[in-house]
Design a protein around this ligand. Structure first.
Ligand code: GH3
Ligand code: MG
Ligand code: MG
Length: 553
């Protein structure tokens, strides 16, 4: 229509121009006609100006319309969510993607702030801060976790810019990109990587523990006695249970009602070093037991203090019998294993049970070996060395004496009229006499002297580095000591025991074991013959050669 006006204006202008021209040609003298022509030309010119102005506005309006359509199409067809906020930070318009991200329709969101619609309580502050930044004139790029209408959370990437008009911020324009899938995939990948790392670490730890456990088993098998085994246990358990603050190894004593600490590692032990077996729940139940001093749980009663976060007691079982106890104390480290405390405890328990089993087996076999060895070298009734050990010890002492050039004395001791103890009070009484006398011998002689039961009621003592004179004095003192010993059997006081003793010394009375024993036996015989209860030494002028001992009296 506006174009029509322009065309009409041009037509009027042309018509007026034609009229003025005709008047000039056909009525040249008429001045009013000239004026009328001028007026008509002015009117036409004005009409032309109005027409062209209307056409220009029409063109601009068209262009604006096209641009608006284009912008709308851009916004609507954008793969991202787009929202425009008014100066009061309320939703002015948004596209379909924005609607689909948050599951609200444009109508529902229109006129409301995004904070009121889309954020959970803890994100409101973050949202407010973000919109404050934008309305302060800054462009913002953030990733925020939003809650959408159905209550699920989504991660969105936001690019927001302020909309300025004449230098003033009059709104905001934001592009939303839903990156939940990407974020979740990344989170999953991170979790997977963390789990893998944890598993690898766990595997490495298990490998190290298995290696240490095997090492401990190997070392324990090579131990010659329980003393060595205890030192192996304390050294390797310190490494094996690196998470524990300290540990103790308890063994059942020969006295069955006492458990005794025989090895320990680390500091601040809370357990008593010896206690009755029922004081420990692990011993009572025959399986691992955790005590937690800090909590309300039942504690083992062998603890002296409660300075530990947790304590693990594991019974050491060998052939279905509890032979000892492995005791491990944990400090703050256990508390630090927050999330996976249960897993950590289980792993420690399994490891401790494996270690305890291995230690128990090693100790049982060492004890068996010790027992067999003891049985092979000791007389079961008196606990003294047997004759075979006496022979070996004498050979060894003679060898040493030759090298170091000192003397060795051998004493043969026979109990006088021993048979009458058996005959009068029975064999038990006789056995009691033998045991008591062995005890007196043990306390009378030095630790380095070798006391043996030579056979029946005969004993031998090897006195290294003792001269014949010293040995004679010692033997005489023994005789006097023994007379004072009163033995009671079944309420009966037995007669005092007297001894007949024969001595011989290296090198003056013999240079070999055989020569010395023969000479000591001769002296013993002499003691018997002389009336018993005495000590006899070889005569001063007896000459000894390498081959035989000839006596000149
Ligand atoms: P003598 O003064 O001459 O040595 O007389 P004796 O009675 O001590 O010696 P004899 O050789 O006549 O007797 C030794 C007795 O010791 C004989 C044996 O029954 C007894 N005997 C040996 N071994 C044991 C033992 O282990 N227990 C008991 N009860 N008696 C034993
Ligand atoms: Mg005898
Ligand atoms: Mg005798």
């Amino acid at each position: 229509m506006r174009r029509g006006i322009a065309r009409v204006s041009i037509a009027i202008l042309l018509f007026n121009f034609g009229v003025v021209l005709a008047l000039r040609i056909f009525i040249p003298e008429s001045i009013p006609t000239v004026r009328l022509g001028t007026l008509m030309l002015s009117v036409s010119f004005t009409g032309l100006m109005v027409g062209s102005s209307v056409s220009e506005r029409d063109r601009i309006g068209d262009e604006l319309h096209q641009q608006t359509l284009h912008l709308h199409s851009l916004i609507e067809n954008s793969p991202f969510g787009i929202v425009v906020l008014d100066p009061l930070r309320r939703v002015q318009l948004c596209n379909a993607v924005f609607e689909s991200i948050f599951l609200f329709s444009a109508r529902e969101m229109s006129g409301k702030t995004l904070e009121s619609l889309l954020s959970a309580r803890h994100e409101i502050d973050q949202m407010r801060e973000l919109s404050a930044q934008v309305f302060a004139g800054q462009a913002v790029h953030e990733t925020i976790r939003h809650f959408r209408r159905d209550g699920k959370f989504i991660d969105v990437e936001i690019n927001a810019v302020p909309l300025r008009r004449e230098g003033r911020v009059e709104g905001a324009y934001a592009i939303y990109n839903d990156i939940s899938e990407r974020a979740r995939a990344q989170e999953q990948a991170e979790n997977d990587a963390a789990s893998l790392k944890r598993w690898v670490e766990e595997l490495q730890l298990r490998t190290t523990q298995m290696a240490l456990l095997n090492e401990m088993g190997d070392m324990l098998q090579c131990c010659a006695n329980t003393l060595e085994a205890r030192s192996v246990v304390s050294r390797l358990c310190r490494k094996l249970f690196a998470d524990a603050v300290s540990g103790m190894l308890f063994e059942f004593n020969s006295t069955p009602d006492v458990v005794e600490a025989t090895a320990s590692w680390g500091n601040s032990h809370i357990s008593e070093s010896s206690f009755a077996p029922p004081a420990c729940w692990a011993v009572r139940r025959g399986r691992a037991y955790w005590s937690e001093p800090a909590s309300d749980g039942i504690l083992c009663s062998h603890f002296m203090s409660q300075d530990a976060v947790a304590v693990l007691c594991v019974p050491m079982m060998a052939q279905s019998e509890v032979v000892g106890l492995l005791h491990l104390q944990y400090g703050s480290l256990l508390a630090a294993k927050d999330g996976d405390q249960q897993g950590f405890r289980k792993a420690q328990e399994t490891l401790a049970s494996a270690a305890a089993g291995q230690i128990a087996l090693a100790f049982a076999s060492l004890r068996l070996r010790d027992t067999l060895r003891e049985q092979s070298i000791r007389d079961p009734l008196t606990g003294l060395f047997n004759r075979r050990i006496m022979q070996e010890a004498l050979e060894r002492e003679l060898h040493r004496a030759r090298r170091k050039n000192h003397s060795v004395t051998v004493a043969l001791i026979d109990l006088d009229h021993f048979k009458r103890f058996n005959d009068t009070w029975g064999h038990d009484a006789g056995d009691l006499v033998l045991k008591t006398i062995a005890q007196v011998f043990r306390s009378h002689f030095r630790a380095e002297d070798v006391i043996c039961r030579y056979g029946g009621e005969e004993f031998s003592v090897i006195l290294p580095e003792a001269s014949i004179e010293d040995a004679a004095k010692r033997a005489d003192a023994l005789r006097h000591e023994l007379v004072k010993v009163r033995i009671r059997h079944l309420e009966h006081a037995l007669d005092p025991v007297t001894l007949s003793i024969g001595l011989a010394a290296f090198p003056q009375h013999g240079t070999t074991a055989e020569q010395l024993l023969r000479k000591a036996d001769e002296c013993l015989y002499e003691s018997k013959a002389g009336g018993r209860d005495r000590v006899t030494v070889p005569h001063v002028n007896e000459i000894v050669t390498e081959r035989e001992v000839s006596t000149t009296r």
